[in-house]
Design a protein around this ligand. Sequence first.
Ligand SMILES: Cc1cc2nc3c(=O)[nH]c(=O)nc-3n(C[C@H](O)[C@H](O)[C@H](O)COP(=O)(O)OP(=O)(O)OC[C@H]3O[C@@H](n4cnc5c(N)ncnc54)[C@H](O)[C@@H]3O)c2cc1C
Length: 410
Amino acid sequence: MSHTTDIVIIGAGIVGLCTAMQLHRSGGVRVTVLEQSPAPGAGSSGASSAVCRHLYTYQEMINLARDGIDIYRHWQDFTGLEEPRARFNDVGVVWIGGNEPQRDAQRLQRHGIPANVLDAATFAERFPSLSTCKLAPDFETGKAHVCEPTDAFLCEESGGFMDPQNALDDLTAALTDAAGVELRFSATVERIEHDDAGVRGVRLASGESISCAIVLNASGPWCNRLLAPFEFAARWPLEPTRIQVLHLPVPTEMTARMPVCGDFTSGVYFRPQGVGQLIAGSTLEADEQETIANPDEYDRFADNDFKMIKMHALKHRVPSLSDHTRIGSYCGLYTVNRADMHPLVGATPVDGLFAANGFSGHGFKLGPAVGSLLARAIDGARSGFDTEVDLDFLSWDREPLHLDTMNVLA
Ligand SMILES: Cc1cc2nc3c(=O)[nH]c(=O)nc-3n(C[C@H](O)[C@H](O)[C@H](O)COP(=O)(O)OP(=O)(O)OC[C@H]3O[C@@H](n4cnc5c(N)ncnc54)[C@H](O)[C@@H]3O)c2cc1C
């Protein structure tokens, strides 16, 4: 069996779906989205903590984050749904123990992002469950220390988090039966068909072929399977990496006034999850090292030592956490670009082949803006929710970016 379309998008994660949404919004092209799983959310996006912050090393990333988060803020308009299930949780993002909060606040402000430096009294008043200590907890002996308050907390007032699975479900609902869009689940792409002239289409595991002149590879941690035949991809080390997340119940009054918190002193981040729950993960390079050979097979629960260390850090930052909390955990994969932690997005040297891979821990907030960039690169149209960031910044033929930190905070 075979049929023809204009554009095939491989993967119904946040990147593939947002790109399809933008192509649909500008109209005039037939788009087929192929997803190997029976429902959206099987990849990085479904497991994402979906923290939406703006603090990045490069100004292009700050702007992409800002423009992506802006789409989440206007989710109803973007999706066209009367009652979307997801909403942007506007709780702010605070950073504790950063080197230069004043300079970082000014840097963000220059990009139109409301950011303040809070003193300890203001911080304690706004976020009463969080300690103001500037010291790392003692991970060697597990003992408590004498806390020393810090007096400068960077607060991204317009940061927060998105509700990842509901956002994917919203996009799926918006694209189902949308004019010009075909969204197919349980449809695994086996290979991208091409010859010397460029892309010819895709071949599915079922044996079906789809002819098209444009393919977008947005297949998340599975990307290397499809990129393997292409020489241009070989220079980028894209490694599916196991990422651990803890979840635990907390008193409801605690989540009501809890921001997203990035704690540089102990390498933990956490955020509220619904009412009366908190999720927590790591900001450390050491916790982004477990490369997974087969993205279909990895340990889905966190390691005991990870739990112990992160709980110690959490208890230090949120002193009223109970010592007898039931800790749950899960793991997801994201594709770390070991060369520079930044994604590769856009046209490739193969005519008609676009790819957006290696998002590391950044892709959920960037997804909608990257979708806009890709849609514009593919069909040349502008359709609202555009971003002015230059696509060359993340191009496949760029040199690796220079970075001081090779971790999720790059
Ligand atoms: C635990 C965790 C925490 C995170 N926290 C954050 C955060 O706080 N903030 C943030 O911005 N980002 C975060 N991220 C990163 C972010 O979630 C990812 O960068 C982003 O979701 C990548 O989206 P994607 O669409 O590229 O990939 P995915 O969501 O993985 O989507 C790819 C899709 O392609 C499908 N697919 C693969 N191969 C094929 C094939 N051959 N045929 C058909 N379909 C195929 C997959 O099934 C999958 O559904 C986190 C990720 C994880 C795992």
